[in-house]
Structures are given as C-alpha cells and as structure tokens.
Design a protein around this ligand. Structure first.
Ligand code: BDR
Ligand code: CA
Length: 307
C-alpha cells in the first residue's frame, strides 16, 4: 500500500477524491491536513472529519494555515461548493476531533517517521506545504513524491483568465513548493478538464453505493449547477480526483517535464508556467485515460478496501 498524506480544502471535488482514497486498497491514508480555499480552514477541518466519519476511517486530521503567506486572503469559493463546502448537503457534526499538531507539523512528522515512503498529495492552496518546507527543509529529500492538483499551464484559468483557483489562493507558497528540490507531478486544468462526471454517472454511483455515492451525488448537485452555468454541461469535473488517481495509476497519464513557476504579482498573479527546455524532476500531466479512470472510480467505491 502506498502511504499518502492529503492536504485538502473540502470542497465537493475534494470529497469525491477523499472517498476514493479511503476506499482504494492500494492507498494507506496516514492523515488529512486542511487548508482554506473552497471554505475557510476551520470549516475545512470539520468537513475533513465529517468525511472520515462517513467513510468510517479514523485518521489524524490536522488544521492548516488560515491565510496565504503574503497576499490578502481571497474570498472562499462558495459559489462553486456552497457555503458549507458540500453544496448545502448536511453531514452530521463530527465526533472525532482534530490533531493538536498543525498541518505543517503533521506533514513533517509523518515524512520523518516514514522516510522515502510518503506521497504528499495537495489539492488546495499550497500554504501548508510551504510552511512544512520552512519548518524542515530536509523533507525534500525524505518524501517519496509530491502530487498536486493546481495550475493551468497551457490553458486559461478558472478563477481569472490566467489563474487556476489553488495557485491563485497562495501564489507565493506555490512558487516555494514548485522551486523546492522534491519531485513533483502537477495536475492542472490542462488535464483535469478532460474528466467529466455526468449527472447520469453520479446517479449510477448513488444507486450502487447509496451511503457514500448517495452523499456525493447529492452534494454534487450544487457543483453541477455551476458547470451548467459556466460550461453548459450537465455534470462536473472532479479536479482533485486526478491527483489521487495518478498515485494509483500513473500509467494512465501523459506527462511533460520541465521547471515550474508561478507569477506572484500583477494582472497574471497565480499563473503557472513550465519551461520544458530545463532538465527537471518536475512534471505536469497533459492527458489521461478518461474511460479507465471513471470505471476505476466506480469499482473502487463499490468494492472499498476489499477490492
Ligand atoms: C481546484 O479548486 C478548488 O475549487 C477545487 O477543489 C480544486 O482543488 C480546481 O481549480
Ligand atoms: Ca480542492
């Protein structure tokens, strides 16, 4: 089993991704760490705990930074995910409580406990990863890989014409994380827009797996309305899922390698770039086997850890 930490701002597509990670027999989720983005950090922690309970998965959840490293906080994305982050679908208040460590401390701790074994997956703004690097720069040598959902390298952004939401959320943290020595694979909008979960697909998921699939289908209604308005499509893009699916099935992805960067000021703030002329241990995904991913998602949720 691959050991992973997921840094997340749940969030409907975060929920879609986390339910996959909890159910997948090849993934050992060591901890969740939380960040603002789709909701404020405090609510992200509550939502992460709620998802742990829904999935009957009792693991540490550590609360992360409340704001970006340098810029003023941007508004949360409640117009995409609803005020409660789950499209106003209510999950019971969590009975589990959060870790006493901060997200950055938890990340450093677990990477030190399991040297060269941990894949760090980040599907929100990158502040916690930047703070973990400050706390313990040696994690770049000790982590197995960093996998990120964020950025828009060869396409337009989704929050401004130039920027994708996670890198726009904390561009300075993004720059630190991209420029650190650890190996990174980034799944930006270039590839995440290629996966579409239709309303019909989510209905089937709910029928086959009423508890978890049913919650995801119901929560996704709000998200689907956003896609109907913005993209004229009766479904949604489960952006964050691609980072997890890459960990379980890297062979489904086409990658491009090069050095990565983020613009930290001006009109293009949050814009991500790749220089493919540079030799680098960083890559972005440019394509994915959509049929295989969508089939795997359903099977994984249906069979859970016994798959
Ligand atoms: C990213 O931003 C958030 O709204 C989603 O959860 C995803 O991580 C997509 O741009
Ligand atoms: Ca997210």
């Amino acid at each position: 089993m691959k050991k992973i930490i997921i840094d997340t701002d749940p969030g409907i597509d975060d929920a879609i991704a986390l339910c996959y990670a909890f159910a997948h027999p090849g993934l050992d989720v060591l901890a969740l760490t939380t960040i603002y983005g789709n909701v404020a950090t405090e609510l992200a922690t509550e939502n992460a705990l709620r998802l742990c309970e829904l999935n009957q998965h009792s693991i540490p959840v550590a609360t992360g930074a409340a704001q970006p490293l340098q810029i003023d906080p941007n508004p949360v994305a409640d117009f995409v995910h609803g005020k409660n982050g789950f499209g106003e679908v209510i999950l019971p208040a969590p009975s589990l409580s959060a870790s006493t460590l901060t997200a950055a401390e938890k990340i450093v701790d677990l990477i030190h406990q399991h040297p060269n074994e941990v894949t760090l997956v980040a599907v929100g703004p990158l502040t916690n990863l930047a703070l973990a690097l400050e706390l313990s720069p040696d994690i770049t040598e000790l982590v197995s890989e960093v996998v990120i959902m964020g950025g828009a390298f060869h396409c337009d952004g989704n929050i401004t014409p130039h920027a994708e939401a996670n890198l726009w959320g904390d561009p300075h943290a993004g720059k630190k994380v991209f420029n650190a020595k650890w190996p990174i694979t980034v799944h930006g909008l270039d590839v995440t827009y290629k996966i579409r979960m239709s309303a019909h697909y989510l209905d089937e998921l709910a029928q086959s797996q009423p508890t978890i699939g049913g919650f995801l289908r119901d929560a996704a209604q709000f998200y689907i309305e956003f896609y109907q308005r913005q993209h004229n499509f009766n479904g949604c893009c489960p952006h964050d899922l691609l980072a997890l699916s890459y960990v379980t099935h890297p062979e489904w992805y086409t990658l491009e390698s090069g050095s990565l960067d983020v613009i930290t000021e001006g009109e293009s703030i949050g814009k991500t770039t790749i220089n493919t002329a540079d030799k680098s241990n960083k890559s972005i995904a440019t394509n994915v086997n959509s049929d295989a991913l969508l089939k795997d998602y359903k099977t994984t949720l249906l069979q859970g850890k016994s798959a």
